[in-house]
Design a protein around this ligand. Structure first.
Ligand SMILES: Cc1cc2nc3c(=O)[nH]c(=O)nc-3n(C[C@H](O)[C@H](O)[C@H](O)COP(=O)(O)OP(=O)(O)OC[C@H]3O[C@@H](n4cnc5c(N)ncnc54)[C@H](O)[C@@H]3O)c2cc1C
Length: 448
């Protein structure tokens, strides 16, 4: 490919697209609004130790991130979490997440009974729901619509929503099953007893780690991509408008226009929508309607002797009915071998959902106090050394039912109205790192 391609956005999607373009022999330029690369992939020192302030791992079931790491020479630094179990905070105690489970859906009702997470009547309902044959699901639905009738409300709210809703900063009652929980969608499309369908739809439980990480942090991947791309990346270069020219496109930036034969847009959906508006209002309208949630991550470091609870797992999730501000707490110093230190704990605490924006009303000291108080109540934290607060406003795109069809429409409208302009990224077809790498590389390949 000899034509020049401009990529807007140097998050993991844009960097992966540019890397693929470079492999394909294209002349590529990456224009990034911020003063660093990586987008949501970020990190800095807290209490003297480097810790990610965005993603710290990726789903092992998506091979694209691990493949990219191997290509970049980071294969030897791919690591699995050092611990496999995690907890849910419910009724005043940390209770082990029942195993085996798929995206929060337990496969064994007995393990749910042992966990004490739901009362006996709810276990009975769950057992019946897992065993009872159901008709194959046609089309898309919300995760709640599909699973509440099968699992019962209590099991759904204690087990599924904290994971699928919580980690996405939203609600499983509003999220598209097809786009937000593809493995569950696949199982429900098969029909039959849910437990059986879930076992059939994916790797056997216990086949390997669910997550993978990179020793030293996920930022090593974006740094390695940036090193390959070198001066092709321009930071502090927001694309403010795109114009059609005789030979392609001209991208306006504060330092002047950049000409390119083709363009890949990987900025968040509202930005991409405004850039597309003059050329493809239909695609702009769909992308402009994608809702985002505001989340915050507070990273605490504390002497382990100041924590009463043994941090013998990867952390815990908090169902929304528990009345806490936090949605989850990751025990990074137990979860990842590379953060292990007998004397110091690293805790990554998340808060914020589309329907819980309380953290935005607190100033930083108030937020830290509130979260430290919740750490005291849950794991017995009695003092910490350092804390870093990373607000992530408008960071996690929310997929509503029919999302994937709407993204197909975006592609169709763009191909018809503005050939040579491609839009992709976390708001499109998966927000996990593996999905973003796949989308970036696929966007590049689509220009071959
Ligand atoms: C707190 C947090 C924790 C997460 N944890 C995990 C996890 O553990 N595992 C996982 O797999 N995923 C996780 N995710 C999700 C994942 O990190 C993101 O979905 C993914 O990194 C998004 O990548 P992206 O390149 O599509 O978008 P972004 O990272 O948002 O990158 C878009 C880039 O475009 C730039 N930009 C914006 N406007 C313009 C413009 N006009 N011109 C040029 N550039 C522009 C932005 O500055 C940004 O750098 C997490 C996300 C967050 C916020």
């Amino acid at each position: 490919m000899s034509e020049s391609v401009a990529v807007a956005g140097a998050g993991i999607t844009g960097l992966s697209a540019a890397y693929q373009l470079r492999l394909d022999g294209a002349d590529v330029i990456v224009l990034e609004a911020g003063d660093r690369v990586g987008g949501a992939v970020a990190g800095s020192a807290v209490g003297g130790v480097f810790v990610e302030s965005g993603p710290d791992g990726f789903l092992a079931a998506r091979p694209e991130m691990a493949s990219l790491c191997r290509e970049l020479g980071l294969g030897g630094d791919l690591v699995a979490p050092a611990v496999s179990r995690a907890f849910i905070w419910a009724s005043g105690a940390l209770r082990p997440i029942p195993a085996p489970s798929v995206m929060g859906v337990p496969l064994d009702a007995d393990s749910v009974a042992r966990s004490g997470l739901v009362p006996a009547a709810a276990v009975k309902e769950l057992r019946a729901g897992l065993d009872q044959p159901g008709p194959p699901l046609a089309g898309d639905a919300t995760v709640g619509e599909a699973l509440r009738p099968r699992l019962g409300d209590e099991a759904f709210e204690r087990l599924v929503d904290p994971l699928i809703g919580g980690i996405n900063g939203g609600s499983a009652d509003e999220m598209s099953l097809a786009a937000g929980a593809p493995r569950l969608h696949e199982a429900l499309r098969r029909g039959g007893p849910l437990g059986e369908a879930l076992r059939a739809a994916g790797p056997p439980a216990g086949a390997g780690p669910v997550l993978m990480g990179v020793r030293g942090g996920t930022t090593r991947v974006t740094a390695a991509l940036a090193a390959v791309l070198g001066p092709s990346i321009r930071t502090a270069a927001p694309v403010t408008a795109i114009e059609r020219t005789g030979s392609g496109w001209s991208l306006a930036t504060p330092d002047g226009p950049v000409a390119a034969g083709r363009v890949i847009l990987t900025a968040p959906a509202p930005v991409t929508a405004s850039l597309l508006e003059p050329h493809c209002p239909e695609a702009a309208e769909i992308l402009g309607a994608v809702e985002y949630s505001d989340v915050v991550l507070a990273t605490f470091t504390a002497p382990t002797e100041r924590i009463a609870h043994r941090l013998d797992g990867s952390g815990f999730l908090v169902p929304r009915d528990q009345g806490l501000l936090m949605t989850a707490c990751s025990w990074s110093s137990s979860k990842w071998e590379h953060y292990r230190d007998d004397g110091r704990a690293i805790l990554r605490v998340s808060a914020g959902r589309t329907d819980d924006r309380r953290w935005l009303e607190l100033d930083q000291p108030e937020l830290v106090d509130a979260l430290a108080g919740e750490l005291a109540a849950t794991i017995g934290l009695d003092g910490y050394d350092a804390v870093r607060v990373t607000p992530w406003p408008q960071s996690l795109p929310q997929y509503r039912p029919g999302h994937l069809d709407r993204m197909d429409e975006v592609d169709r409208h763009l191909a018809a109205a503005a050939p040579g302009l491609v839009a992709t990224g976390a708001a499109h077809r998966g927000l996990g790192l593996g999905a973003c790498v796949a989308q970036g590389r696929a966007a590049a390949a689509s220009l071959r």
